[in-house]
Write a protein that binds this ligand. Structure first.
Ligand code: BJ8
Length: 426
């Protein structure tokens, strides 16, 4: 008899054979990367459960929500306001993919010389192996980089895609444009799902929920400032990745509970690596699930990641929405204004990102920075020289890495990271 999960996946139109081939190596990989870590915080058990049920338990919740008349909205960028989707009765989920498995399928259609994040995501679309993508009633793309915006055009042939125009500067005209784009998304949701204009109460509730999740992640990162860090970079990365899928309220309270445990560990001087281990800030492009390669190599080479200046890190949660406006318009304006506090390399000029990297290197007591970009991501690669100059002036060692989601370069990366850790001299 078919399992409950298979029935669920079949109902979403997934290719069960390819999905099985995609998922079957995961438990072993997860065991090796996460479960084998010594002295892991007990609070990670919740996130292990979320991860083990990421294609089943959470998807069941989404389907149940749809059956109750709700809707699911997929997003590809941290600028898309999840507060608005929640306030209007939807559930937002992040759809960026970080798996090499689906890249070959994408390369049959797209140029090989394209960012692996786009190829991986596009491969999920072609192969029908992502239950989240399959469950979406609407998918919101955005005009951040050329690769993404052209991929949406092709994917719109088979998926309900709506594209928001993200400005590339942050002046008054750009703010105005983004305000109108956020209203445009609101109108799209109203029309498509016959949804009501969100009330002040529902907007405030959604802002509160998402802000609480972001604050919990901020507090988690602050705890990583300690030496020894009470949690590994790998586990922190996993938590940030799961923030895009899990129920925001439940997730927020679980991160808060974990933070309490971490505080107690700090009080006892207990950590996941010996005191004095080399501490690295990771800066660059996002690392969507299940991309754990760099962190795993770093942390099995004697180093420890103490923060991620990425969209699966600080760019996701550092900027919050001011929720004190008293009107619908005021609250929607605040939701849109959050974009000013997120510093993606798609903006020009973008000096705030360099300031963020310097600030984080200092606050997290980092001994060095690993600037990690995906191949063919021009915006992040072109920001490198200015980051390099700023770090040189600040006397902070820097290693630049360009790597995709495959394991082909693992040996070479490991050699380079070990040499960097030796150079840091700890
Ligand atoms: S806010 S980083 S999530 S755009 S897809 S830009 S890696 S070439 S993902 Fe992003 Fe929003 Fe910015 Fe964050 Fe480069 Fe690849 Fe483009 Fe990418």
């Amino acid at each position: 008899m078919e399992s409950k999960e298979s029935t669920l996946w079949r109902s979403l139109g997934m290719d069960l054979e390819r999905h099985d081939a995609f998922l079957s190596p995961l438990p072993k990989v997860y065991e090796e990367i996460f479960l084998s870590q010594p002295n892991r915080p007990k609070g990670m058990a919740y996130f292990d459960t979320v991860m083990s049920g990421v294609h089943s338990l959470r998807v069941e919740e989404l389907v149940a929500h749809k059956q109750r008349g709700g809707f699911v909205v997929g997003t590809y960028c941290v600028y898309v306001p999840e507060e608005l989707i929640l306030a209007m009765g939807g559930i937002p989920v992040g759809l960026c993919a970080g798996a090499h498995f689906s890249v070959p399928a994408a390369e049959a259609v797209l140029p090989q010389t394209l960012c692996p994040l786009i190829k991986s995501t596009f491969g999920f679309y072609l192969e029908r192996i992502c239950p989240y993508m399959q469950a979406c009633d609407l998918i919101v793309g955005e005009t951040t980089c050329d690769g993404k915006k052209k991929a949406w055009e092709i994917m719109a042939g088979g998926l309900p895609i709506y594209v928001m125009e993200l400005p590339q500067k942050k002046g008054p005209k750009d703010e105005e444009l983004w305000q109108s784009e956020v209203w445009g998304l609101l109108d799209e949701i109203r029309t498509r799902f016959h949804a009501q204009m969100p009330s002040v109460q529902s907007l405030q509730n959604a802002i509160h929920k998402v802000n609480r999740k972001r604050s919990a992640l901020k507090a988690l990162y602050a705890l990583r400032q300690n030496d020894p860090p009470p949690i590994s970079g790998k586990d922190s990365l996993l938590i940030s990745q799961l923030a895009f899928f899990d129920d925001p309220e439940r997730f927020g309270s679980q991160v808060e509970a974990l933070n309490e445990e971490l505080k107690a560990r700090v009080g006892r001087g207990e950590g996941v690596a010996p005191k004095g281990s080399p501490r690295l800030l990771i800066a660059g492009t996002p690392m969507p699930l299940p991309d754990w390669k760099l962190h795993h190599i770093l942390e099995t080479s004697g180093g420890v990641a103490v923060a991620e200046e990425t969209c699966t890190g600080t760019r996701y949660f550092e900027a919050s929405v001011q929720g004190d406006a008293k009107t619908q318009e005021g609250l929607i304006e605040s939701i849109a204004d959050r974009f000013l506090g997120v510093h993606c390399a798609c903006f020009s000029p973008n000096p705030e990102r360099i300031e963020d990297i310097l600030r984080l290197a200092k606050s997290q007591n980092a001994d060095g920075v690993i600037y990690a970009t995906l191949p063919f991501c021009q915006t992040y690669q072109l920001e490198f020289p200015r980051v390099q100059e700023a770090l040189r002036e600040a006397g902070i060692p820097l290693l630049s890495i360009e790597s995709d989601f495959s394991d082909e370069d693992a040996g070479q990366l490991s050699t380079r990271i070990q040499a960097f850790l030796e150079m840091i001299g700890k």
